[in-house]
Design a protein around this ligand. Sequence first.
Ligand code: FAD
Ligand code: DLZ
Ligand code: SF4
Length: 508
Amino acid sequence: MSRLVLVLGDQLTPGMAALKQADKARDVVVMAEVAAETDCIAHHPKKIALIFAAMRKFARRLAEDGWTVRYSQLDDTDNAGSIPGELLRRAEETGASEVLATEPGDWRLIEALQDCPLKVRMIEDDRFFATHETFEGWAEGRKSLRMEYFYREMRRKTGYLMNGDAPEGGQWNYDSENRKPPPDGIDHGGAMMFTPDETVEEVLDLVEARFSGNFGELRPFAYATDTTQARRALTHFIKNALPQFGDYQDAMLRGERHLYHSVLSPYLNIGLLTPREVCDAAAQAYAEGAAPLNAVEGFIRQILGWREYVRGMYYLQGPDYLRRNALNHQRKLPGFFWGAETRMACVAHAVDQTREDGYAHHIQRLMVTGNFSLIAGLNPQQVHEWYLASYVDAFDWVMAANTIGMTQFADGGLVASKPYVSSGNYIDRMSDYCKACHYSVKARTGEGACPFNLLYWHFLNRHRDRFENNPRMGNMYRTWDRMDETRRSTVLREAEAFLDRMSAGKTV
Ligand code: FAD
Ligand code: DLZ
Ligand code: SF4
């Protein structure tokens, strides 16, 4: 009897684990655009378009490759509306009673498949360098689960940038060379973009009709939607941006949406590219002398280190991780995250770019919106949902440790050894935002003082019990304690006033 082979919208890789175990001659591939996935959160329209267009092209590719594919479009009249519903419908049609599924990247969907009345065999997703067993083995018995140690083990395991047992160049990490402020000009036009083809145009019309109320602009749409295009984007990045990736990794510029970042996360996360081919391409550029070590090590660390680590943490920590709120932050997300006016140029710029592209680079996510959310005490679950809804590359498995852990410290310090908080100084050093801001980054208090300056101290003060003995934060508390009493109380009073105005919906 035939079996059903489930391929989800972020599993668009020819050698997916479930496909590997299936029999092309008798099994039936099921792919479905369903309301339960589009509506579980108000996704950015570009994300829905990217996924549907890439799904449709991937289904065609599988069919050309000899697979029997049953594909449901969102507006098909008999669409059952959910992944388990579609599996049941296809099981009735084909007489299949068993499903092969590659493990989804989201506890919600894992649980939905476990509850499905059909027999579902879930197979681990093997597109990653580290299996669940590898990660669990690494984590077992450790007091600290820091990424850096995991990354070193992955370097040894894969051999990337290794000379026998030693790291290439003698160091594991070249970040000290990677914190240059933004350059005056950029000699790179950004990531490769693509003109929509017929399939993409059809999907854009569907998404426009159904999802134009969601936060985010649909057009112009220029993401790659198949592997051929994604590989061109990879080659373009390796040649044009990778050599500078390290130097300006932390920089932010108003006129430069991508700087030297790759914009490959959407393709990696839905399966158009594999992490191995991306790391291979970077390592090869280094071997050929086309990119320096600080750039290639920095880039490979993002994928072999961070990406694998956040995935490992997601499965290791289980579904409850998403509900953590160690700092008990309860403030509601202000309207300017959804596009209402704000006078903070850095936040306005990150949010505008996110609305337009469904993309912002790492430092914008970490040190602008993430940092602001943390120092303002926003509720981490609402913050997580904002990122999940707003980015084309957002999936639960990759976000949880970044939002709940890295940026909001809501896991109490599992991922980050100290909270990623900064005053306006850091943003001023690494960007050109402050030059165009209503607020003054130099002003610590008073009319026009940068809100990051006020909230930074407010955060440290309100969480003193938790952080003052953290060895990496002692200096911050010593600086705070050295300020005179009047200044400290002014900072706290002005920070409170700012938060009150923000929560009352006033333009801040
Ligand atoms: P580059 O800077 O070119 O980096 C190369 C690749 O490394 C990325 O494509 C990505 O696959 C990987 N990578 C880099 N940093 C991380 C990281 N911290 N965690 C996991 N992978 C990483 N990444 C997502 O893929 N999806 C998300 O939903 C997401 N949400 C985030 C939310 C917050 C609050 C923060 C701080 C980070 C988040 N990241 C997320 C990680 C990172 O910001 C993005 O991967 C990166 O900005 C994608 O752009 P890029 O492809 O140009 O990355
Ligand atoms: C994100 C997404 C969306 C918007 N729509 C679909 C869909 O209609 N069908 C589908 O198979 N997958 C979709 N996805 C991706 C899933 O939500 C994703 O597989 C899970 O969140 C697990 O990562
Ligand atoms: Fe952001 Fe403050 Fe700089 Fe304005 S002055 S851009 S709010 S850091």
